[in-house]
Design a protein around this ligand. Structure first.
Ligand code: HEM
Ligand code: HEM
Length: 183
C-alpha cells in the first residue's frame, strides 16, 4: 500500500507526486505575479516570503522523493518501447529541471549573504555567496529553468492523459491510487 510494487506506485510516491505538482504550479504563478508588484504593494515582501518558504519545502520534498524512488521498486512503464523510453527521458528531465530551478532560487535568495527564513520557523543559511553577479545570473537561470519545467510538465500531463484515453492502460490510474494489474 505504502511502497511501490512492480505494477503500481504506493501511497507515499503518489502523495509526493501530487504535492509536487501543486507546489510547482503554485510557485510558478506566484513567482510570475511577484514580478508585477510595486514597492508599496503589501505583497511586495509577503510574496517572496511565501515563494521562498514553499520553495525550500519543495527542495526538501524533492530530495526525499528521489531517495524514496531510488530505494523502492519502479513500476514497469507501460506502452510501446518508444513510449517507455520517452517516459524515462521525460521523468529524468523533470527531476533535472526541478533541481536547477530550486538551486538557482536558493542562489538568488542568498547572494547577499542573508539566509532564507522558512515560514519564520527556521533559517536556511547562505552557503555560497562568491559567484560573480550571482543574483543576476541565478535569476536568469531560474526563470528559464522554471519556464522549461512547466512546459515539459504540461507535455508530461498530456502524455499521461493520452495513456488513459487513447491507450486505455493503467498509467494514470496507478498514480491516483495503488492499482493491481488488470484493474
Ligand atoms: C508540475 C507538475 C508535475 C510534475 C513536476 C510531475 C513530475 C513527475 C515525475 C518526476 C514523475 C516520475 C516519478 C518517478 O517514477 O520517480 C511523474 C510520474 C507521473 N506523472 Fe507527473 N508531474 C506533474 C504533473 C502531472 C499531471 C498533471 C499528471 C496527470 C495528468 C501527471 C501524471 C503522472 C503519471 C501518470 C505518472 C506515472 C508515469 C508512469 O507510471 O510511468 N503528472 N510525474
Ligand atoms: C520549482 C520551484 C520554483 C518555481 C517553479 C519558481 C518560479 C519562479 C518564477 C516564475 C519567478 C519569476 C521569474 C523570475 O524572476 O525568475 C520566480 C522568482 C523568484 N524565485 Fe522562484 N521558483 C521556484 C523555486 C524557488 C526557490 C526554492 C527559491 C528560493 C528559496 C526561489 C526564489 C525566487 C526569488 C528570490 C525570485 C525573485 C527573483 C527576482 O526578483 O528576479 N524560487 N520563481
Amino acid at each position: 500500500m505504502f511502497k511501490n510494487t512492480a505494477h503500481s506506485y504506493g501511497w507515499v510516491s503518489i502523495a509526493m507526486h501530487w504535492i509536487t505538482a501543486v507546489l510547482v504550479i503554485g510557485l510558478f504563478i506566484l513567482g510570475y505575479w511577484m514580478l508585477t508588484l510595486g514597492y508599496y504593494d503589501s505583497w511586495y515582501r509577503l510574496g517572496p516570503w511565501w515563494h521562498k518558504s514553499f520553495g525550500i519545502t519543495l527542495l526538501v520534498l524533492t530530495v526525499i522523493r528521489l531517495l524514496w524512488s531510488l530505494s523502492n521498486q519502479k513500476p514497469e512503464p507501460l506502452g510501446t518501447p518508444w513510449e517507455k523510453r520517452g517516459a524515462t527521458v521525460g521523468h529524468a528531465l523533470i527531476y533535472g529541471l526541478l533541481f536547477v530551478t530550486l538551486i538557482s532560487g536558493y542562489l538568488i535568495s542568498t547572494a547577499d549573504g542573508r539566509g532564507i527564513s522558512v515560514f519564520d520557523w527556521f533559517e536556511v543559511p547562505a552557503l555560497i555567496t562568491s559567484i560573480p553577479q550571482q543574483e543576476d545570473i541565478a535569476g536568469v537561470i531560474h526563470w528559464y529553468a522554471a519556464l522549461t519545467l512547466v512546459i515539459v510538465a504540461a507535455g508530461h500531463a498530456l502524455a499521461a492523459l493520452r495513456h488513459h484515453i487513447v491507450n486505455r492502460d493503467n498509467t494514470l490510474k496507478r498514480m491516483l491510487r495503488p492499482t493491481p494489474p488488470g484493474q
